[in-house]
Design a protein. Structure first.
Length: 451
């Protein structure tokens, strides 16, 4: 199955010739299960917050710290994780990050007070922030150009599915067993670490880019045997592009053609997640403040999460047809229109608020899932994880700033109209940035990113 000429270009060509197979689905499933629980762990604090507020007497400022402590860790974890993954490998980094997330989730379940909770959420955030963009990078690197959009985004559906599952499980567990039980459940990924390292091979593209061509050839030959299963694979079509070299630095993300790409995608990441978490982090608390019982508030929150999951599915099904830029612009513009209309018309009942918030979530979730496909496509292999993780850091900055801004507005007595006007304005700014995005549909990674 191997070729006589083992080079970075030939490794890429051999990956591109592989039809989507059971091997691809198996690897995507294993990584997907891990990412599912990373998402599950990420949103636990939102469902636990109403009980934490009662148990520890939290002020609105304390609640904001509880929400953002994990996000600050995710920001730091994203930057550190991308840098490390370009040096030690995608699979090894994912395994380390998952182990950290699981151990800290179990520790949070036994947190004696607010200070310990905040510290442990920060440490847990390091793991989540490192795993998510690097896992997306890996899935991008094993996919072929023509159907990469659907292949990657069907994998990425596990993230909003994990968010939805966290909301669904919390709707029963939190009122009946308490918030600590949720974090015990969040420790399940610890069981996946050994399985992950044994069942998922390192990215051949990364191995080749590091100059480890013999190892890349050996790993890829094993993949080819499993995909072919005794049959014949198409001949690889080797094209120019790709070269081995040392991992790049943060400065390289802002050099040459990558300056525009990094600035544009960073703005989209920031505004998309500013809106996303400005809504989702505070929604259960907003329902409770509106006078709804906790269990009913969590059920309403589930509706919004389900709408977001639907938006992600739509994006996965159309992204290879209409392109990345269209999905990004439409998603943010749709969210902007919905939120600005909500800010003007208002919502008189919890049900009306759930409907408006759910429509906005459908649009903004579609945008944000597309970014996990789009970000890794913009950079060469030697800096792909770092570029993806820098986008992840901007996403975490939005995750931090969005809830802080909403919390500050609520602390000052602002009504829902002001909150949703700010969120709608942020979505509109993101839509404008997305107009300048480079289209990547149906193009090989090596073609998109000259070394």
């Amino acid at each position: 199955m191997t070729t006589a000429d083992t080079s970075v270009a030939s490794i890429a060509a051999r990956l591109e010739r592989l039809p989507t197979s059971l091997w691809h689905l198996k690897v995507r499933t294993v990584i997907g299960v891990v990412t599912f629980f990373e998402a599950f762990d990420q949103l636990l604090v939102a469902s636990a917050l109403p009980l934490l507020t009662r148990e520890w007497g939290l002020t609105p400022g304390d609640a904001t710290v509880a929400i953002t402590s994990g996000s600050v860790g995710m920001l730091a974890g994203a930057l550190a994780g991308g840098w490390l993954a370009d040096r030690v490998g995608r699979v090894r980094l994912v395994a380390l990050a998952v182990g950290l997330t699981a151990v800290t989730s179990l520790a949070i379940a036994f947190a004696p007070g607010f200070a310990a909770f905040v510290l442990l959420r920060f440490l847990q955030g390091l793991g989540i922030g490192a795993e998510v963009p690097v896992a997306a990078t890996y899935i991008n690197e094993i996919a072929k150009a023509r159907h990469r959009g659907r292949f990657v985004l069907l994998y990425e559906l596990v993230f909003p599915a994990g968010l939805t599952a966290a909301t669904l499980v919390a709707a029963w567990v939190v009122p009946n067993l308490g918030w600590r039980a949720m974090f015990v459940i969040g420790a399940v990924p610890a069981l996946m670490v050994v399985f992950l390292q044994r069942r998922v091979p390192e990215s051949p593209r990364w191995l080749a880019a590091r100059g480890r061509l013999a190892e890349a050839d050996r790993v890829l030959a094993g993949i080819e045997r499993e995909v072919a299963r005794g049959g014949t694979l198409p001949a690889p079509v080797v094209t120019a592009g790709g070269a081995a070299g040392a991992p790049s630095t943060l400065r390289d993300l802002f050099a040459g053609v990558y300056l525009r790409r990094t600035v544009v995608v960073s703005l989209i990441w920031f505004f998309g997640y500013f809106v996303n978490y400005g809504i989702t982090a505070w929604l259960p608390t907003l329902y409770v403040r509106a006078g709804l019982p906790l269990d009913e508030a969590l059920r309403y929150n589930l509706v919004t999460s389900a709408a977001g999951l639907l938006g992600c599915l739509v994006a996965a099904l159309v992204v290879d047809r209409v392109g990345r830029r269209w999905c990004l612009v439409t998603g943010l513009a749709g969210a902007a229109v919905t939120l600005l209309l909500l800010s003007q018309t208002g919502a008189r009942t919890g049900g009306q608020l759930a409907v408006w918030a759910s429509v906005a979530a459908l649009f903004v979730f579609a945008t944000n899932i597309t970014l996990y496909l789009y970000g890794p496509e913009l950079y060469p292999t030697r800096s792909r994880a770092l570029g993806s993780s820098f986008g992840g850091a901007m996403n975490r900055l939005g995750v931090i700033v969005g809830p802080v801004v909403v919390g500050a507005l609520l602390a000052r007595g602002a009504g829902l109209g002001a909150v949703f006007a700010v969120l709608g304005g942020a979505a509109l700014l993101g839509a404008v940035a997305a107009l300048f995005a480079v289209e990547t549909r149906h193009r090989r990674l090596e073609e998109l990113s000259p070394e």
